[in-house]
Design a protein around this ligand. Structure first.
Ligand code: UDP
Length: 220
């Protein structure tokens, strides 16, 4: 409970910072605790995964020890198809089936690695290692240039990144759920707190979502 509210704030914070560094994103603005206004984009059917430290499916697939620091960021592509469990694909699969062009992938690869640099710095500054993450991109019409442009079109949050505390290696991400480690909300709150995001107090604003049963609503 409350994870979506935290992710909404964390993702807004991260995408706004990326945008200030010249990354084009779909985010227009956060509307309220649970909703964002975003530009409509035609999504490439590809998940772009960046890894700085081996864990998760990489460790399983290739028997690489969990926690191995990779010499340079590893970029993987997965085909977005739930029925097939989003299989790992190569660039040639992308071109063979027309999921994106060579120029589009060149641009997205460059942006993805730049995002990784920016995120690694952002998290290192608050004592967190960015282990890996997943992002998606889409194409949207730019009225000014009268051309389609490629945008980062995804959330970036502890649901889509692996975040480990630098000193203790404590997991501050969705692996707390995947591995049944408990304290998920506390971990997400910790990330928000370290980023300097003060979440809105939920009990007051939630009143707007429910029909009041009594007019005597006291602000707490
Ligand atoms: N990831 C994601 N959505 C997906 C698949 C992966 O956000 O559908 C993220 C995941 O949280 C991790 C990274 O991408 O930060 C790499 O995930 P991995 O391939 O290790 O898969 P998993 O272990 O989650 O199955």
């Amino acid at each position: 409970e409350g994870k979506g509210v935290l992710n909404n704030r964390i993702s807004e914070y991260i995408l706004t910072n990326l945008s200030q560094c010249g990354i084009k994103t779909h985010l227009v603005k956060r509307l309220n605790m649970r909703e964002q206004l975003i530009r409509k984009a035609e999504i490439f059917p590809i998940e772009f995964i960046v890894r700085n430290i081996a864990t998760g499916s990489l460790s399983k697939r290739l028997d690489i020890s969990e926690g191995t620091v990779l010499e340079k960021p590893l970029l993987e592509y997965c085909y977005k198809k739930d029925e097939l469990n989003d299989p790992l694909i190569s660039k040639d699969h992308i071109f063979a089936f027309g999921w994106a062009t060579e120029n589009e992938i060149k641009e997205i690869d460059k942006t993805t690695l730049r995002i990784n640099d920016l995120l690694m710095g952002m998290f290192r500054g608050i004592g967190i290692k960015l282990v890996d993450f997943k992002i998606e991109f889409g194409k949207a019409w730019n009225k000014e240039t009268e051309q389609k442009e490629i945008l980062l079109a995804d959330e970036i949050s502890p649901d889509t990144c692996r975040l480990w505390d630098i000193k203790t290696e404590k997991k501050l991400d969705k692996d707390r759920f995947r591995k049944d480690l408990g304290n998920i909300i506390q971990a997400y709150q910790e990330v928000a707190r370290r980023l300097g995001i003060v979440p809105e107090t939920t009990n007051v604003s939630e009143v707007n979502f429910k029909k009041p049963t009594s007019i005597n609503i006291k602000k707490r």
